[in-house]
Design a binder for this molecule. Structure first.
Ligand SMILES: NC(=O)c1ccc[n+]([C@@H]2O[C@H](COP(=O)([O-])OP(=O)(O)OC[C@H]3O[C@@H](n4cnc5c(N)ncnc54)[C@H](O)[C@@H]3O)[C@@H](O)[C@H]2O)c1
Ligand SMILES: [Zn+2]
Ligand SMILES: [Zn+2]
Length: 382
């Protein structure tokens, strides 16, 4: 089969690989019909994630058709059209029993924090991902779900991560009626978080980025006020001025460890790799939320992180909530919002490319070229 393969930082290509086999009775093999590239994949692409091995196939956003099932699989049949959450999880451990699917204890012997994620390096279990013609899906009775007849493929693939994560980010913000919600980052996760904030009763939603074309999308898709942080000396002061000098009730970090906005942090983290990443967005969140407010962190961070203003968070009495999204938990409500027409996730898709062109797709998304917000990938066997 053809599959995207990592060759080293900023180097990916499509190669021939063996079609994955059933390795466990509860495995399924899914023929991928549509995949996507996530902002998280860029952390791998940039060489920022530990233990990203040459030969690994990325891709944790994908849907497809069940091609084979192991002998113990009961909920799926060959030929089913399925959506697969980005989490690999057992469904029955202490953590899964509490809905913490992204923290499953049985799927990732390399870590005690994160659980398993498709195509996301050996630090999340080493599972090959779905930017390929076929993918092995462990615990096939647990994660995947048949796609409802009425749901479009492009909406389904966005439910496997970006939309569910944005919605989860707004949920963790614990938004109360009338709250001022600031979303840092106008990528897919930030756009979906901003849009979801309204569904939870926000009174005002402000999206921050430095890419005007993405801020435009935040206005038209998420009905948000927008700020280009590059046009202001001090984002925190500006946000304070906009919120009666108190600060926002809720700030959602949809940026993560590769934040721009501070040259020194950018050079020492992304370029020189002297630290695990740049804390700029997280510190902006801590500084611009009001005392007693909530910071919801959806942006991805590696295990060690420096220069975070934790003392300010402590002394302001903040609630900081974060996790990898437990995707399937968000599905029932989001299915209804999509079916009722409150949300059309595929409105944020800007590019659709064949799998063979995935190297260009990564470059375009990484360099934010051609108005790129979300790129879908169509495998050749689809
Ligand atoms: N928690 C989860 O389950 C989960 C799931 C998916 C993605 N993520 C993470 O969420 C983050 C966003 O993902 P995405 O797909 O939207 O990525 P993306 O790269 O498309 O978007 C990030 C945006 O942040 C902007 N940005 C950079 N520095 C900023 C700053 N200091 N302030 C405000 N904006 C800034 C960028 O210009 C970009 O538009 C990534 O870190 C990704 O790894 C987490
Ligand atoms: Zn992702
Ligand atoms: Zn589990």
């Amino acid at each position: 089969m053809r599959a995207m393969v990592y060759r080293g930082p900023y180097k990916v290509r499509v190669e021939d690989k063996d079609v994955p086999r059933i390795e466990h009775p509860n495995d399924a093999i899914v023929r991928v019909t549509l995949a996507a590239i996530c902002g998280s994949d860029l952390h791998l692409y940039h060489g920022m994630m530990p233990d990203t091995r040459v030969g690994h196939t990325f891709g944790h956003e994908f849907i497809g058709v069940v091609d084979k099932v192991g002998p113990s699989v009961q909920n799926l049949s060959v030929g089913d059209r399925v959506m697969v959450p980005f989490n690999v999880y057992c469904g029955s451990c202490f953590f899964c029993a509490r809905g913490l699917y992204s923290n499953c204890h049985n799927v990732n012997p390399n870590a005690t924090a994160v659980g398993g994620i498709y195509g996301y390096s050996h630090s999340t279990g080493g599972y090959d991902g779905g930017q390929a013609e076929y993918v092995r899906v462990p615990f096939a009775d647990v994660g995947p779900q048949r796609i409802p007849e009425w749901m479009d493929d492009e909406d389904a693939v966005l439910l496997t991560d970006a939309l569910s994560t944005g919605y989860f980010g707004a949920q963790l913000g614990d938004i109360h009626e009338g709250d001022v919600v600031v979303v840092l980052g106008s990528g897919p996760v930030g756009l979906f978080a901003a849009r979801s904030a309204w569904l939870m009763g926000a009174g005002r939603v402000i999206v921050v980025d430095h890419l005007d074309y993405r801020l435009e999308k935040a206005r038209t898709f998420a009905y948000a006020e927008t700020i280009n942080f590059a046009e202001h000396d001090d984002l925190v002061v500006l946000l304070k001025k906009m919120t009666d000098h108190l600060g926002a009730d809720v700030v959602i970090d949809a940026v993560g460890a590769e934040a721009d906005g501070n040259l020194l942090q950018h050079v020492t983290s992304a370029k020189l790799k002297l630290q695990g990443g740049s804390p700029v967005a997280l510190n902006w969140a801590i500084d611009s939320v009001r005392k007693g407010g909530t910071v919801s962190v959806m942006g991805a961070y590696g295990p060690m992180f420096s220069a975070v203003k934790f003392g300010d968070a402590m002394n302001k009495g903040l609630t900081i909530r974060t996790n990898q999204a437990p995707v399937k938990r968000q599905w029932p409500r989001l299915f209804e919002h999509i079916r009722n027409g409150y949300l059309k996730p595929s409105d944020i898709v800007t590019h659709r490319i064949p799998l063979e062109h995935i190297a260009e797709g990564y470059h375009m998304f990484s360099a934010k070229l051609d108005g790129c917000i979300k790129t879908l990938v169509v495998p050749d066997a689809a």
